[in-house]
Design a protein. Sequence first.
Length: 309
Amino acid sequence: MNNLNGSKDGVPEPAHLTWVNIAIGLLFLLLDASLSIFFQLGLSVSLLTAAARCVLQLTVMGFVLQRVFETNSPWAVAGITCLLILLGTIETVVNKSKRRFQYMFPSVLLSMLSSAIPVSILGTRFAMGYDPWWQPAAYIPVVGMLCGNTISAIVVSTTSILRDVKDNRDKVEMYLAFGGSRWEACKPIATDALRLALTPTLNQMSVIGLISIPGMMTGAILGGSSVEQAARLQMVIMFLISAATALAAIMATGLTCAIVVDEEQRIRDERVSEGKAAIWVGRDKVAEAIKKGLGFPGKARHRVENGST
């Protein structure tokens, strides 16, 4: 029975949002940017840039997914899945990681493929009961959430491994000097890395439904599902996320250890780099060359002028 608020049996009808609603929501972000300026945090530009990316990316995604849902083709679903994993790999290697190692791109790609794909297929087919499992409206949101969570797990685990190998180099070399294999030498730091990578998921499952109402459950309720079904759906999603993050973290940790410590039981420092990714270094060089070509003073000229005054 419909009531005055437009709900049916206590479940609200799906909201119809316009760009005016998006603009009103943006006001909350502008509050953050204003606070950043007031406290001199230096985050206002980053906040606005992230907001612009969010609007652009979600608009494009909504347009593309609508076409994929209409076609209802397994090949379109496979294409979107490969695109999500490829973009997730690029984001992990280029933007999220402060330390990188040789062959990091294929290592991260393999970690995401070996975790998000099997967990999403088995979870959608058996845990969620969809037949066929590749139904776009069910599979794409699930694999998208798994990719997002595996990115965090991979970044945390690889960063921890690279940091600990550098900070605890003497301990690792002591294991190797006494005849231990690279796996035995890396086991303590790998264990710590896996604990760090899996802790956020464990904490999230501990407070979910008690302190926080997760986004998937909120979206299902606002989309018209019953609260009971939304809660059950969120349980399944959380279990899938925990499995995918564990597989991704384990795979990434093992590959990182295998590259940083080679088969000859040597620590290969030259395989690890810090700072900006190569693509951003190349961008800065191109920008500097363009500035010089247009006659703008470069960094070196600024330093000379500042030192002479």
